[in-house]
Design a binder for this molecule. Structure first.
Ligand code: GLN
Length: 296
């Protein structure tokens, strides 16, 4: 007689306990909560329904999926890449390692870009370094009638952004341009035509990057993070290059890192052509957004 070896099936409850212990032991902060999210993701059940599934036996395939997700998280892969999504301004964005994971402080950019165009009827907005597309797409969803352009130098990022735009029904509302900062605008004869240039550029300094947590340093695209020795290389280039494209009175709205406001101020003075900068603090009190208005 042939003895059949049955794989040992585990319950949802047992897997959650194991997942939680693995993440907490590995020092993942918020490990208990993340374990639940990852198990829910593998089981395709909604948040907070896990309790009612606790005694359910899990198939070997799903168990392997849970084990692999937990192993990847123990190796510090960001939760959002494992789940495949991140929320931004109340909208869900797909994310992959080709794009930076949207951060809550970036929502400030949206507020200030909208504040500027609200008074205008036909305006044009460019999102430079669109990444996942979170900024350009949120603007397209919230604003009607404005022309919106999204630029990125990474074709892989543009693909992710267009998937997101399709998900939110605005793919055709946005012009997608591949290239370095504002260079794709040259061919579009956009000189003096843009009302708002908005950007969350890479702004981590080389030395700060080396000390980042592994989730960011190892897994998020370095290209989207590092902005030269001081982290302000792209702010300087954007200040320089935007003047040609902004209408008089148009604004350049950029995100920046803690402590960079004085450097950006100096850069703007050296570059010239802008009114006194407006600096806006985020919820943590960090000077996070700079608004430079082109002189009339
Ligand atoms: N604009 C995108 C975001 O805000 C990407 C920014 C970046 O990759 N530096 O998330």
């Amino acid at each position: 007689m042939v003895a059949l070896v049955m794989p040992e099936l585990k319950t949802v409850g047992a897997l959650i306990v194991w997942a939680r212990q693995s993440l907490v032991r590995a020092g993942v902060s918020n490990g208990a909560q993340e374990a639940a999210w990852l198990v829910e993701h593998a089981l395709s059940v909604r948040s907070h329904q896990l309790v009612s599934h606790a005694d359910r036996l899990v198939s070997p395939a799903v168990q392997a999926c849970i084990e692999s997700l937990i192993a990847r998280r123990v190796a510090r892969e960001p939760l959002q890449y494992l789940l495949g999504t991140q929320e931004f301004c109340g909208l869900e964005f797909s994310v992959s390692p080709a794009v930076l994971i949207p951060r809550p402080e970036t929502e400030l950019l949206i507020h200030h870009a909208i504040e500027h165009v609200q008074r205008l009827s036909n305006s044009a907005i460019v999102d430079v370094g669109t990444g996942s597309g979170c900024v350009a797409i949120t603007l397209a969803v919230r604003l009607k009638g404005q022309r919106i352009l999204a630029v990125d130098r990474s074709p892989e990022a543009l693909e992710v952004a267009q998937v997101n735009a399709m998900k939110h029904g605005v793919r055709d509302r946005i012009e997608w341009l591949e290239g370095d900062l504002l260079s794709p605008l040259q061919a579009r004869r956009a000189a003096g035509m843009i009302d708002v240039i908005v950007s969350n550029p890479p702004y981590i300094s080389e030395s700060d990057w080396a000390g980042l947590e592994p989730e960011v340093r190892v897994f998020e695209p370095r290209m989207a993070l590092v902005g030269g020795e001081q982290g302000t290389e792209f702010h300087e280039r954007l200040l320089r290059e935007s003047r040609e494209f902004l209408v008089p009175g148009g604004v350049l709205v950029m995100e920046m890192g803690a402590g960079q406001a004085p450097i950006v101020r100096q850069l703007a003075e050296r570059v010239g052509g802008y009114r006194a900068l407006r600096i806006i603090e985020d919820a943590a009190g960090i000077e996070r957004v700079v608004i430079a208005q082109r002189m009339e």
